[in-house]
Design a protein around this ligand. Structure first.
Ligand SMILES: N[C@@H](CCC(=O)N[C@@H](CS)C(=O)NCC(=O)O)C(=O)O
Length: 213
């Protein structure tokens, strides 16, 4: 029987990695469709007809034909569908959402932008890199202080808030952010990477399409 989910994306993409990681940690096999962004495949009609923003990731749920865009919305959907990682009650779900919105606003925006500039994917003047580094460090400080004495971001277990934020922290080094000064983040990263089923992005997202095992 074919896998229920089909994920379109690329290993360079943090948002794609977040979705792949969630599927993997939830034990949901998925077919992976490699989108060659270097050749502009994400702006061509076959992809645009499924992903209105011309971006990755795109997730297709073959059980109902849904085409889902935006990694945060996809993660919320998968948490609903699998009953995993969504938070144990309304208060936890609200906190999960709050942290995910914060991530996109303060952490992901700066870390991904700095990384894009350093890798030459998103050329920008030096002031933009400076601005992104300052914003990224301010966000890392907030996260580090919050994580002091905590195992996970919300409640007593892993949620999509952890997966979402890990999917940014995993790219911090490429962005030029040294995590050495953030001891609580480092301890949380170790716990996260020790989760059963955890996989790095290159293992999850090869440079070619792959059918679920
Ligand atoms: N907010 C979106 C961001 C997606 C995004 O920026 N994807 C990048 C790759 S990491 C992309 O497709 N860039 C091409 C473009 O925006 O034209 C999400 O979380 O899914």
């Amino acid at each position: 029987m074919p896998a229920r989910f089909e994920l379109h994306g690329i290993a360079l993409s943090g948002p794609t990695y977040k979705v792949a990681l969630l599927l993997t940690l939830a034990g949901e096999p998925f077919d992976y469709v490699y989108v060659n962004m270097m050749q502009g495949e994400h702006k061509q009609p076959p992809h645009l007809s499924k992903q209105r923003y011309g971006q990755v990731p795109l997730l297709i749920d073959r059980n109902n034909g849904r085409h889902l865009c935006q990694s945060a919305a996809i993660m919320e959907y998968l948490a609903d569908m699998t009953g995993k990682f969504g938070g144990g009650n309304l208060d936890e779900r609200l906190q999960v959402r709050e942290w995910m919105y914060w991530d996109f606003d303060r952490l992901a925006s700066n870390v991904y932008r700095a990384r894009g500039i350093r890798l030459g994917i998103r050329p920008a003047p030096p002031e933009v890199l400076e601005f992104s580094m300052a914003g990224g460090h301010a966000a890392l400080k907030v996260l580090d202080e919050y994580l002091a004495g905590r195992q996970w971001i919300v409640g007593e277990g892993v949620t999509i808030a952890d997966i979402d934020i890990y999917g940014v922290i995993a790219f911090a080094d490429d962005g030029g952010f040294d995590l050495a000064a953030y001891s609580s983040i480092q301890a949380w990263v170790k716990r996260f990477e020790a989760l059963p089923g955890f996989k790095g992005r290159k293992e999850l997202l090869p440079m070619e399409s792959r059918v679920a095992a």
